[in-house]
Design a protein around this ligand. Structure first.
Ligand code: MF3
Ligand code: CO
Length: 249
């Protein structure tokens, strides 16, 4: 776990997340019917490198690409390929960057062309659950207050949270302590400290919560084939008041 102390550390963490946020904006504009997920991956890598940063995922546990692209029933960790995106898909774009040894990590789920109302509601509720979670990320609260906020909102909408993957501390490594589950009772776990940096990342299934990993050893999909959405921000706990969302422009 990192506790940010020096201005240099804070500046590098902020820069890493900013690079991710800017690259994701470019990727969102490029995500249209007809584009391949490999094309998005190449764009992601170019946008990261042109900002003086390094891809955080490429080579991490042998992950082969810069970007994770998870389409429809794919939950997370979809590997870019020759797959062509089509009108009506929802697509998760998950990206990480390294600046001066510090990591940033963020994800969005967006519509390809026009999507139906049920898919749009899933995406909206998932993004809302991240906002509500971030609102709990403040001194005075405990870690599971973040987790509980996600679960509460998602289940009230009739959806399921994924339990096999979790958010995480982030800093000098992509994944640091503590784990940040998307479920749990409130008021448990470590007290949130100023300078803690967390990647909060709700993964939400329209149907059941069960997921499985494909034979490519990365792509997680819903067992029931239902749609899934994912949003992620890297946030820093402040001495008082709301967390700083480092990966928001
Ligand atoms: N945002 C994801 C995570 O924090 C992305 C990791 S992809 C990997 O786990 F390839 F780097 F593992
Ligand atoms: Co992450």
């Amino acid at each position: 776990m990192i506790i940010l102390k020096t201005p240099d550390e804070i500046a590098l963490m902020a820069k890493a997340s900013r690079v991710v946020a800017e690259a994701l904006e470019v990727l969102k504009s490029a995500t249209k019917p007809g584009v391949t997920t490999d094309e998005l991956d190449r764009l992601a890598e170019a946008e990261i490198r042109s900002r003086g940063a390094l891809p955080a995922f490429k080579g991490y546990r042998n992950y082969p690409k810069t970007l994770c692209v998870s389409v429809n029933e794919q939950v997370v960790h979809g590997i870019p390929s020759k797959r062509v995106l089509k009108d009506g898909d929802i697509v998760g774009l998950d990206l990480g960057a390294i600046v001066g040894g510090f990591y940033g990590d963020s994800a969005v789920t967006i519509a390809v062309g026009r999507i139906d109302e049920k898919a749009a509601t899933l995406v909206r509720v998932t993004e809302e659950s991240l906002s509500l979670a971030i609102q709990q990320a403040r001194v005075g609260n405990r870690l599971s207050d973040i987790s509980h906020a996600v679960q509460q909102h998602v289940e009230a909408a009739g959806y399921s949270v994924v339990t096999e993957f979790v958010g995480h501390g982030i800093g000098r490594q992509l994944h640091e302590e503590p784990q940040v589950p998307n479920y749990g009772k409130p008021g448990q776990g470590p007290r949130l400290q100023p300078g803690m940096v967390l990647a909060i990342e709700p993964m939400v299934n329209m149907g059941g919560s069960a997921v499985r990993v494909l034979d490519d050893r990365w792509t997680a999909v819903t067992v029931d084939g239902s749609l899934s959405a994912h949003f992620e921000h890297t946030i820093a706990i402040q001495p008082s008041g709301p967390a700083l969302v480092l990966s928001r422009l």
